[in-house]
Design a protein around this ligand. Structure first.
Ligand code: ADE
Length: 434
């Protein structure tokens, strides 16, 4: 569990403060933030409106997100809206140190994140974000809200709403709600159609392949690529791996999803069978021990294992280490070699953490544009509905999906049809039939 003992007296730190690994990286970070912004026109339009209307004026917001160039543009948007924002990392390996440097020195946003930070530092940064006494939190994985519900309960006092970015985070929040432990209204940003249909599917699909290729440089064509989990992320990854010429094997526990994978043309098999055949394995289930000690004896010599699910629990690396004679850094960045006692070598990418963010740069900006537009609109909504939202995990109103998708289409130069009055009437009546 998180450690409150490592809390720092940071609430007195002013704007521009943060925990920055290398301030000299700021110019590069600024350049990358601006580059990403060119691909994020929906968010940019919201930022322009926020700058005029100040819907978040004076609100204390703490965000625990992957600190990337795209997140920086969300942070700028919240700041333009008048928020008093503190940002920390939602994963120890996803932080882009150049972006942190620019956020602090160029944009004056206190950001607490260092790539490769240890667990204590990770939780020290989360504690700093709660020291800020947020009225709104934004999470990617629910670590900040979980900390506020356990070791930092006093942080719940001023908190009137939370936003959650990811499937795993929403799953945790629903478990809290079911157990009667949830104390704050939450908007499940992940569940907006314009979020999971695009970010989870096309974002994870592309960025996971990107991470695997940057880490290994291998040819995917002709290889057996095992995708564990056929949720939106798994669907996207399987499609992209097939597009690169891999033979894709999907593993699932849900019969409907397994059937869907089969009818999408993928081989479906239990992991016990897939383990013998795969060259590359990627877990995207959101569950633990998907690849474990019962599978490791079957793996081919040279098999590559990685994970694109939120937490690093999907591959049982402790068990893999126990089966190993030694674990050594690979000859490439983000690769570790597990030299097994029986002579085989298994390669693990990015320590079993999110390979798309640790070995690559996360999802492309154009897809984060929609996810973060939803975040910005939902923070405005939480602010407007202050005190009126029930303590529960709330769906995102359909008008948010409609607004973001229309604006995205417009920025892509895509026109669509509108219902005629006659069609509207037809859809609204039941009398016309055969
Ligand atoms: N999650 C996945 N990709 C991301 C990105 N580029 N920025 C922030 N969060 C992400």
């Amino acid at each position: 569990m998180p450690k409150a003992a490592t809390r720092s007296p940071s609430s007195r730190q002013g704007p521009g403060r943060g925990d920055v690994a290398d301030p000299s990286l700021s110019p590069r970070g600024k350049g990358r933030i601006e580059w990403a912004d060119r691909e994020m026109p929906v968010l940019a339009a919201l930022r322009a409106r926020f700058a005029k209307e100040k819907p978040l004026a004076g609100l204390k917001v703490s965000a625990c997100l992957h600190v990337t160039a795209e997140t920086a543009n969300l942070a700028r948007t919240l700041q333009a809206g008048g928020a008093d924002l503190v940002l920390c990392a939602s994963n120890p390996l996803s932080t882009q140190d150049d972006v942190v440097a620019a956020l602090v020195s160029e944009y004056g946003i206190p950001t607490y994140a260092r790539r490769g930070e240890d667990r204590d530092t990770y939780y020290r940064h989360l504690n700093v974000a709660l020291d800020h006494a947020p009225q709104i939190t934004i999470d990617d994985g629910c670590d900040l809200v979980a900390l506020a519900h356990t070791e930092r309960k006093e942080a719940l006092r001023g908190l009137f709403g939370s936003l959650e970015e990811t499937t795993t985070g929403v799953q945790r929040l629903r478990a809290m709600e079911k157990a009667g432990d949830l104390k704050v209204p939450v908007l499940a940003v992940n569940d907006a159609a314009v979020k999971h249909l695009f970010d989870n599917r096309y974002g994870t699909g592309q960025s996971t392949i990107d991470g695997i290729l940057r880490a290994t440089g291998i040819l995917l064509a002709g290889r057996s690529f095992v995708v564990a989990g056929y949720g939106w992320c798994g669907r996207g990854l399987a499609a992209r791996a097939r597009g690169m010429g891999s033979h894709v094997i999907v593993t699932e526990v849900d019969p409907v999803r397994a059937l869907e994978a089969a009818m999408d043309g993928f081989e479906v098999a239990p992991m016990a069978k897939a383990a013998k055949r795969g060259d590359i394995f990627c877990t995207v289930t959101g569950n633990r021990t998907v690849l474990g000690s019962e599978h490791f004896p079957s793996l081919k010599d040279g098999a590559i294992l990685c994970n694109s699910g939120h937490f690093d629990v999907e591959i049982d690396l402790k068990a893999l280490a126990a089966a190993s004679r030694e674990v050594v850094p690979g000859s490439r960045a983000n690769v570790e070699e597990y030299r097994l006692k029986d002579g085989r070598t298994i390669f693990v990418l990015a320590e079993g953490r999110l390979v798309n963010l640790a070995a690559a740069e996360g999802h492309p900006s154009a897809v984060m544009d929609m996810s973060f537009a939803v975040q910005a609109l939902c923070s405005e909504r939480v602010s407007k509905m202050r005190g009126k939202l029930a303590v529960a995990v709330h769906a995102i109103p359909p008008e948010v999906d409609a607004f973001v998708s229309r604006l995205k289409l417009e920025t892509m130069g895509i026109e669509i049809d509108r219902l005629s009055a006659e069609q509207e009437r037809y859809l609204g009546s039941w009398r016309e039939g055969t």
